[in-house]
Each structure stands twice: as C-alpha cells, then as structure tokens.
Design a protein around this ligand. Structure first.
Ligand code: SF4
Length: 237
C-alpha cells in the first residue's frame, strides 16, 4: 500500500506524548488562512511512499520513540488517504508503536472508523466553532468535523482538541468559552489546547508565490493564551 506524503520528522515533541516520528500526509481539503504547510495542499504533490518503507524508517528510530512516544500521522490531512492511514497504523500497532492521528476532521467519517480502530490518540484541530468562521477562514464546514468527533467519542478514542488563536479573529473570551463548552461535550476529551498564531510560515508562502492571507495580522501574545485558557475553563495548558 502506497500513499503520498510531503515530509517526515524524526523527533517531534509537540504532536502527541513523548518523542515522536511525524509523517506528513499530502493533500488537504481546507485552505486555512493561517496554514503553516501550504506545500501540503495539492493531493498530487509530495512523493509516494509505501507503508513498508515508512515502517522500516520508523523502526530505525524505535529506541527513541518506543518508551513514551510513538508515531503521529499529520498533514496536510491524513484522512484524505484513509486506506493508507489505516494500513500504516495497522502495521505500526503490530510493531507495538503508539499511534496518534493529527487531523482537522474535515473529511468527516469517510473511511475514518477503519483508521480509528488502530489509533491510540486523536488530535483534532477544531479551528473555529461557528459555520460562518469555518467557511470564511478555512473554506470548509464544521458539520463533518462534528460528525468525525462524534465517531471518536463513540469509539472511545482519547481526544485532544486544539485551536489556533488569531488576534482580531477568534481571540475573544466568548469564543473561548464556546470552545470550552463544545469540548466538554465529548466524553473522550483528554486535553484542550490553545495555540498562539505565529507567522514563521510567511517565507514559505513567498517562496510558493501564494499570498499569505494573515500577513497583516499580529501574532498572538502568550499572555492572551493564558487568559483565554481561563475563559475556556482549561485547567492544564
Ligand atoms: S487543515 Fe492543516 S494543512 Fe490543511 S489548510 Fe488547514 S492548517 Fe493547512
């Protein structure tokens, strides 16, 4: 089984527990205004790789990731290639690896159950909590995301929810409170994280010749994240 990927990180420390190999799947149905990986958008971009090739590469890093870490499949959007994601996670589970799926949930439940069966942790970036904002800033719909999240709850998969906070767009206390309420509606929620908007991706846009929609927006101050965490009812960062 082959899939298309746009990158591989040997030692990631932010996409799940412990030290992790991160595989970046190619292709994404969304166009988030703050996207840090615009090179991952086109479904036919990146390069083809087989599950066996990836598993062999990950095997070489096993001593570093096997104890407390694991493998995270990120993107792009990994659920654009659900058969590949399921095959990769099945192989990794057979090798005793912890698997985390880092997704927007925007593909809904299509092919998702098969992937979730071999997923130990779901990390879902919920982006926005209203249809209006989701359409305006991501070019998608919140409805399939909610269906995907309901499936993770039904399958009792541990869930981390995330949201990137952009000043002047979603940095209000009311938005944070709405996010907190939505998050607590999922019995499988383990963690809710607010991430500050940063602009380190601006150079990538320039290189690709694409306009960066948020180039004139300020980055999010760390202190604002702490305030919004309180508004969202988050006890741990
Ligand atoms: S879901 Fe992720 S990869 Fe896709 S556009 Fe949004 S931020 Fe970029």
């Amino acid at each position: 089984m082959k899939g298309r990927v746009c990158g591989f990180q040997s030692m990631g420390a932010v996409d799940g527990p412990g030290l992790r190999c991160v595989v970046f799947a190619q292709g994404c149905p969304l166009r988030c205004a703050y996207c840090h990986n615009p090179e991952s958008w086109a479904a036919d971009g990146g390069y083809a790789v087989s599950v066996d090739e990836l598993a062999a590469k990950i095997e070489r890093l096993r001593p570093y990731i096997i104890k407390n870490g694991g493998v995270t499949l990120s993107g792009g959007e990994p659920l654009m290639q659900p058969d590949f994601a399921a095959a990769l996670f099945r192989e990794l589970k057979a090798r005793g690896c912890h698997t985390a799926l880092d997704t927007s949930g925007a593909c809904g439940t299509r092919g998702a159950a098969e992937v979730l069966r071999c997923t130990d942790l779901v990390i879902c970036d919920i982006k926005f909590t209203t249809e209006e904002d989701y359409a305006r800033y991501c070019g998608g719909s919140l409805a399939p995301v909610m269906e995907f999240l309901a499936l993770t709850a039904e399958m009792k998969k541990p869930l981390w929810l995330r949201q990137v906070i952009v000043p002047e767009i979603n940095d209000g206390a009311a938005e944070a409170a709405r996010l907190g309420e939505l998050a607590r509606g999922f019995a499988n929620l383990e963690r809710l994280e607010l991430l500050p908007f940063r602009k380190i991706c601006a150079a990538k846009y320039e290189k690709l010749g694409i306009a960066f929609p948020l180039k004139d927006y300020p980055e999010c101050p760390t202190e604002r994240i702490a305030e919004l965490q309180r508004a969202a009812g988050i006890r741990r960062p």
